[in-house]
Design a protein around this ligand. Sequence first.
Ligand SMILES: Cc1ncc(C[n+]2csc(CCOP(=O)(O)OP(=O)(O)O)c2C)c(N)n1
Ligand code: SF4
Length: 250
Amino acid sequence: MATQVFKIPKSLKENMKYSFCPGCDHGVAVRLVAEVLDELDIQDRSVLIASIGCSVTAYDFLDVDSVEAPHGRALAVGTGVKRAKPNQVVFSYQGDGDFASIGLAESLHAALRGEKLTAICINNTTYGMTGGQLGPTTLLGQKTTTSTMGRNVEYYGYPIKIAEHVALCDGTAYAARVSLDTVANIRKAKQAIKKAFEVQLNGLGFGFVEILATCPTNWRMTPEQAHERVRKEMMKHYVPGVYKDITETK
Ligand SMILES: Cc1ncc(C[n+]2csc(CCOP(=O)(O)OP(=O)(O)O)c2C)c(N)n1
Ligand code: SF4
């Protein structure tokens, strides 16, 4: 008898039209979220708070209720949804620009308040949807359409280490940074996403995962080159790891 080794998660919509560019890690990240929703059996009571940017199209793929809260306001709206409906599982799926630039105040204050929310932040070191402008996570020296000579400290300041900042918030129960550059790291990423949902399910506080991801289109690279860049440049500055896990100390 044949063994099934691959199946489409039930938390993904059927016959969806794929909208991400070839080699973009958004597709892998969204799928991991769907697998976690399946494994935790929470699809029916989950609410996605969608953002702005390429990440917003998560609502085209995930078969869950969703609310769109663009321009960085995802976790403010998520707070309202969760407080009104505490039995729902509320999570955001945001880009680094949305989460850590225009939405930095909303994001950190949700963590500081210890909202029982899960936030997934895709860090591709650029504003993807709008054409590859400099974002809060753009690395020093990185050329973008708005930093054509490369990011320098004098003009643009330093890139933000999001997971470390979130971990410093007292209301954060779990904060991790993961990468999708290898199969082993994709597996680790899924475990981190699961943990970020579990802390919400157990009422422990804010759960957060920063996912290092490719944007081959705006980096003007092939998918292979883009993953190499994640390994050689991004992971050196944005070191993967678990930055806070209060379940470890309980
Ligand atoms: C106040 C404001 N300025 C600019 C924009 C245009 N805008 C829409 S999406 C986006 C970039 C989002 O980048 P990011 O959050 O990194 O997500 P990605 O597209 O990389 O997934 C920008 C700047 C906006 N929506 N609102
Ligand atoms: S522009 Fe970048 S982030 Fe957006 S879908 Fe294409 S590769 Fe992905």
